[in-house]
Design a protein around this ligand. Sequence first.
Ligand SMILES: *Cc1c(COP(=O)(O)O)cnc(C)c1O
Length: 448
Amino acid sequence: MILGQSLATWRAQYPLLDELIALRETSWFNPAVAPAAQALADVGLSAADVADASARLERFAPYLAQVFPETAGGIIESDILALTQMQAELQQRHELSGEIGALWLKRDSHLPISGSIKARGGIYEVLKHAEDLALAAGLLSLDDDYACLDSDEMRAFFAGYQVAVGSTGNLGLSIGIISARLGFKATVHMSADARQWKKDRLRGHGVTVVEYASDYSVAVAEGRRQAEADPRCHFVDDENSTHLFVGYAVAGERLRQQLAAANVTVDAEHPLFVYLPCGVGGGPGGVAFGLKLAFGDAVHCLFAEPTHSPCMLLGVHTGRHDELAVQDFGIDNRTAADGLAVGRPSGFVGRAMQRLIDGYYTVSDEELFRNLALLEQSEGQRLEPSALAGMPGPLRVLGEQQGYRERMGLTPARLARATHLVWATGGSMVPQAEMDGYLARGRQLLGE
Ligand SMILES: *Cc1c(COP(=O)(O)O)cnc(C)c1O
């Protein structure tokens, strides 16, 4: 029994479950999607909250510029790249003819400090916590030059506090590195699937890494339990944190400026599709919220998950959100896409964003690796497997037969003027030997 119903009853009620349980690649376009003007109110956060986060990141820029010179002036941001060759490759392989608009990559894989999308929300939340503590203690004021945080006195102050997080790897890297640099005691609770190099790197930064034999949800629950016992410990709650969420959302307005600078028009006649790899949902959810604030109905956000971990699709499609885990349906949550190996979605994100996300689809690990190798061949870009989940997105939109394009007014003429942006969520810090292994697997799957 699953939430009081037999599996047969679930399957009869939701035929899509057959696809998920069989681990077939599938797409689901959300019939409940609503205009941003209505649905943004579901979120419980506003443009003012995102502007507040953006201003906080500006205050911290002098500090980050000093301790992480690899950030451009202390702003943690990535560039966008037109994927002309990759687009030609995909069009040829999938026999797509006609005008399909232009394919772009958002290179969060190359974000400074921790090399993944987690350098947005994760670092933001720790900075916010540090600011709150220092302001309350009278050690900082809002108009100070925050470079003053880079001092022995401030590190000694933060050493009286702890930051903890549960992670499949990348969130732990982001939280651990920034926490340790500020002076906090940092503990990262890592799930079994986390890569060894991420644990090694964290230990090298002086972070305590606690390893679990089980998956992400257990690492989070155990981390949360240990942190609750200590009032001086701040637990970064990947499943529910609104701080993480607004930290991610800052990306929306910044992308609007980047596209404008690249002369890419986004409006009703020039739709923007953004494909976001989804684990627990905070990263893609926060980014999508920021995108909806920045572009309104001109942006169409889709979430991508591994066939073995379709937790957000399951939660939103059934409306049961975090009450369900993929394991309840015998789906094993085993995937090489470590940032996406999450069995139970964030209930907060699933509910907040359920009328703002156009669709959800699943991708096999094999397809992730094929695209990983193709992107390296065609564009010289090296990403980690999770970061390729967005790549099949345009094909799913262009090939869908669920009436989605018609319902949304996405006529062939508009689609010919579309921009398809694949959000590359990680990869620049993957060690060479590991990357060589990924590429070899991808090339083998391509039959080369
Ligand atoms: C964490 C992560 C994601 C997804 O973010 P969630 O907040 O877990 O949904 C996607 N890609 C990579 C590489 C990640 O590390």
